[in-house]
Design a protein around this ligand. Structure first.
Ligand code: ZN
Length: 145
């Protein structure tokens, strides 16, 4: 990976860690879940509105945690908003592969995607849970009736 790309990725994480997007609670949510990563102390509360066609019309979060968990959640909400549930699940699989170092099995993500900024986490197994916490919360929210 080029130094320029590394720098860009670092900037994305710092930016989203300091100024998370979609922070708050959806006005009209029909799914919600809480996630907790005891290893680091990260906590996330996720709300979303899934419409009848399985499109994620709105998704927001509140929480406290390390820069990686906040940035990852912020980037996730940006990637999922206005996309289908099916797309979200496929992206989840790709993202899991990205942060656990299985880059070769990626189907959707590439270096242009902002989610790619979290690729560096794969070198730090302890931090993988920080990066995937919000995705697990998303899955839990989907299963919440
Ligand atoms: Zn963390």
């Amino acid at each position: 990976m080029s130094d320029l790309l590394k720098e860009l990725y670092q900037e994305i994480i710092i930016d989203h860690g300091n100024t998370p997007r979609n922070f708050g609670e959806c006005e009209n949510f029909n799914k919600s879940a809480d996630g907790h990563n005891p290893l680091c102390g990260d906590k996330v509360h996720l709300t979303l509105h899934l419409d009848d066609d399985d499109i994620i019309k709105d998704i927001k979060f509140t929480g406290v945690g390390c820069a990686i968990s906040i940035a990852s959640t912020s980037l996730m909400t940006q990637s999922l908003k206005n996309n289908s549930l099916d797309y979200a699940m496929r992206l989840f699989e790709d993202f899991s592969n990205l942060v656990t170092g299985s880059e070769t099995s990626l189907k959707m993500l590439n270096e242009e995607d902002s989610l790619y900024a979290l690729k560096g986490v794969s070198a730090f197994p302890m931090r993988v849970k920080c990066a995937t916490l919000s995705w697990h919360a998303f899955k839990a929210a989907i299963n919440d009736n």
